[in-house]
Write a protein that binds this ligand. Sequence first.
Ligand code: AMP
Length: 546
Amino acid sequence: MTAYRDFYRQSIDAPDEFWGREAGRIHWQQPFQRVLAYDNPPFRQWFVGGETNLCYNAVDRHLAERADQPALIHVSSETGSERSYSYRELHAEVARFAAILQAQGVQKGDRVLIYMPMIPEAVFAMLATVRLGAIHSVVFGGFASASLATRIEDAAPKVLITADAGLRGGKVIAYKPLVDEALALAGAAAPARVIVVNRGVAEAPMMKPGRDLDYATLCRHHENDRAEVQWVESNHPSYILYTSGTTGKPKGIQRDTGGYAVALASTMEYIYGGKPGETFFCSSDIGWVVGHSYIVYAPLINGMATLVYEGLPIHPDPGIWWQLVEKYRVTVMFSAPTALRVLKKQDPAYLRRYDLSTLRALFLAGEPLDEPTASWISSELKVPVLDNYWQTETGWPMLTVCNGVEPQPTKLGSPGLPVYGYNVKLLDDATGEEVAPGEKGVIAVIPPLPPGCMSTVWGQDERFISTYFSLFSDRLVYSSFDWGVRDDDGYFTILGRTDDVINVAGHRLGTREIEEAVSGHSAIAEVAVVGVHDALKGRCRRRLPW
Ligand code: AMP
């Protein structure tokens, strides 16, 4: 493990050298003057003065070498549609969409809110926005109008992009009426323009004259228009992504541009092992951070084809994902433990029916990966199954095993070691001291946060500090709000949220440990543990009566 240890140490001890080298992975229109500026802790800036553009790095840059290679493969098991876009076609779609946005007055720094199902236009919209140096805010398509309204109020977008409907398990969810409700609730913050992609799966949406514009009509109108790339300084915001947390108004996690592109590009080599020309399949949704980073930006920045999937993992049958892996020769797959637990309940014959020999690894993130699920899927796929621990705030993994630096063992139930760039510590929440192996502590990062992590809370710098850096009064430490424990080899295990502890008669129990014990039973596929009030013990665990 010395190779990884040395690599990691350099990232922490000599960040200028380390990240200065990594920055060469992306295109800079203007070189940066400083790798890191940390004059105003905990705020920091990466690649100061450098000019770049996320869309250029994800799309235009590949035209010289891979214009005819697939860039975006869209499959909807809901509508039965399947379509592949080459880099040349993706470029044309994105540059035209950017011209459409420009014609609606969108400029550098303006916000564009995207409330879309998993259709190609959602990805075009994201890339078109950053092409102009505008800032996207993607809101998960399943959110209700009230949640959408609070995000509109906070981001005050100039344009909102939506569709007639999304589909889930054959059920049509009309989006446009939800958008109309949200706009009414948002009042003055409502955008002047709403662009509607009419897929024709719901009743024709009501279009408000003067405000609502039909995307297909705009495409005809701007058929030959292409917007140029707007170069932005590395620390210019690329997007806002809201995270609800457990209390208060949703926080707009603000991401930079250059640092994010560099960090994502590096992960493709060091963590995921994806190569240009191959297909990456991330089954998340573009509404989540995993979707932003690993459906859209990282695979494209790396010249891969990204597989964008609309539908359930068990529809039209539980073999659908494996069928896609075979058909599109997927080499790297990224999903969530819940999806795998759903698949674990199905007949294994569906998985064994397909040739999965192209697949080199499966990555899982977003929630604890329980041992039974991890062992089941790794024995079925016969490829490494790697757990990634990270957060909307970080944008890319914080704990995992970086096999691209040095192959290392995995341990069931543990995401692994601190990822390069993250000075991760396990701290006692009362004393602030580092805890010993085997003892529980808060997972914290000593700032500066590495490139690509959140820059601030949108419009609320004070909240960035008071939320994330106020664990201790005498120093600035980033709190993940997760409990963890470390073994003698430095491998971490996540024990659950610090605000999600069940206190039974003074014993603080993590939800994760209890969930894992229950899910160890072979008849159980999914489990969630919640505390129930108990007059005597404070909280108790009680079996619910169903
Ligand atoms: P989000 O910001 O919505 O992506 O949620 C991030 C939170 O999900 C983390 O703070 C953890 O509580 C949890 N989480 C993410 N990845 C993992 C993982 N690999 N193992 C355990 N918990 C995880």
